[in-house]
Ligand binder design. Structure first.
Ligand code: HEM
Length: 151
């Protein structure tokens, strides 16, 4: 009965992916990969529970879900928060390998999976801090437009 063209906000990518359960599973798979990775594991604390919750909440917020991340952690400042860790191409590629595997295993529809992977690739490149940022790299903003990427 509702007119889809009037007064209805477009579903966020968060909603289109199925909400919190999707992000819980994505991040759990990603950290299972990190746990066995000789390049990445030493960067993380022994107990990765908080790291997992932080990444999950950040991603849910980024894609249009609840704003728990900002309420708990304030502004993401992701590049600054990653400066204590030496992140070069090796770390970036390892991070992307695990996140790529997690996205592919997530069952996300192809168009949304491509959107996630494109974002992760840009964000991970932006966080490399052993060399100057590449010209033209995109800053990581806390929240995109609800429909995603229509700047
Ligand atoms: C490029 C490779 C990356 C490496 C090696 C890396 C590594 C790390 C490490 C070691 C932490 C700290 C964990 C802790 O002590 O609790 C962290 C935190 C975090 N990372 Fe990454 N990361 C990478 C890329 C990314 C990307 C691409 C994103 C987002 C799309 C991201 C989002 C976050 C978030 C949200 C936190 C928690 C920040 C906070 O609130 O303290 N990271 N990362």
């Amino acid at each position: 009965m509702t007119d889809p063209g009037r007064g209805v906000a477009p579903a966020s990518i968060y909603e289109r992916l199925g909400g919190a359960p999707f992000f819980d599973a994505l991040v759990a798979r990603f950290y299972a990969g990190v746990a066995g990775d000789p390049v990445l594991r030493p960067l993380y604390p022994e107990d990765m529970t908080d790291a997992e919750a932080n990444l999950r909440d950040f991603l849910m917020q980024y894609w249009g879900g609840p704003d728990d991340y900002s309420r708990r952690r304030g502004h993401p400042m992701l590049r600054a928060r990653h400066l204590p860790f030496s992140i070069g191409p090796r770390e970036r590629d390892a991070w992307m390998r695990h996140m790529g595997a997690a996205v592919r295993a997530s069952g996300a529809p192809a168009d949304l999976a491509a959107e996630l992977l494109g974002y992760f690739d840009r964000a991970a490149t932006h966080l490399v801090n052993t060399e100057p940022p590449r010209p033209g790299h995109l800053p990581i903003v806390p929240t995109p437009s609800p429909a995603g990427g229509n700047r």
